[in-house]
Design a binder for this molecule. Structure first.
Ligand SMILES: Nc1ncnc2c1ncn2[C@@H]1O[C@H](COP(=O)(O)OP(=O)(O)O)[C@@H](O)[C@H]1O
Ligand SMILES: [Mg+2]
Length: 215
């Protein structure tokens, strides 16, 4: 479960984001729909402990993540949160399997790499460098890396943003298949309401911004 309490993020005088209190429940998937620049990535980054809110509390699985040191946050994220970044954050010059092996170096408990690659349909690409893959394949590597640690929380930032409709649907099917097997929270950001319909709950981001949200 994730709780957002009295959270405000002030990047500078011009950009202040205030969020209503929210609870994301275990076992549920949430699609966040909203216009560009409204603060969706900021919300995911705060839940993941990558950036800190200016004020307020974020509680992830009973841990008040906003209270942890940066090092503790990084450790917590590595262990508990599968974050599929909008730009993948893969190492392009490394092979698919070496990108996934990096998690093992961090001593995180993971499912077998062959197993996860099979599930995302990339078993025959394991020795290929990421830079040779298509956008959809890179997205699958990013998903494999996020999910191979069986995370308590799945966050995905525009997971279908760079894909055509059919490829986007395949990715959504894959994410939802994984989510259904877990009892955990999945939050994904999308621009496309055809992708949002997969979620148990659709959140229109403007509805969770306090009045004057981004000022
Ligand atoms: N590191 C930062 N420094 C200053 N402003 C930022 C920073 N990150 C995001 N912003 C601003 O915060 C607002 C929300 O950004 P973001 O969360 O990326 O929006 P979205 O993901 O909804 O498109 C934007 O106005 C953006 O320019
Ligand atoms: Mg964004």
């Amino acid at each position: 479960m994730i709780k957002i309490q009295n959270v405000r993020k002030e990047f500078n005088e011009d950009t202040k984001i205030r969020l209503k209190n929210m609870v994301f429940e275990d076992g549920k998937s949430y699609a966040i729909l909203g216009v560009s620049g409204s603060g969706k990535t900021t919300l995911l980054n705060m839940i993941a402990g990558i950036i800190n809110p200016t004020d307020g509390k974020i509680i992830v699985d009973n841990v008040e993540i906003t209270k942890l040191t940066q090092k503790e946050k990084d450790k917590f994220r590595l262990k508990n949160i599968g974050y599929i970044f909008q730009d993948f954050k893969l190492i392009e010059d490394m092979t698919v399997e070496d990108n996934l092996n990096l998690l093992k170096i961090e001593k995180i408990d993971c499912v077998d790499i062959n197993n996860i690659l099979e599930q995302v349909g990339l078993k025959n690409k394991r020795k290929m460098k990421v830079k040779k893959l298509s956008g959809g394949e890179k997205q699958r590597v990013a998903i494999a890396r996020a999910l191979m640690k069986s995370p308590k929380i799945i966050l995905a930032d525009e997971p279908t943003g760079s894909l055509n409709y059919e490829k986007g649907l395949e990715i959504m099917e894959l994410l939802h298949k994984f989510h259904k097997k877990s009892k955990h929270v999945m939050i994904y950001v999308t621009h496309d309401d055809r992708m949002a319909k997969y979620a148990d709950k659709i959140i229109h981001f403007e509805d969770v911004l306090e009045k004057g949200g981004v000022e």
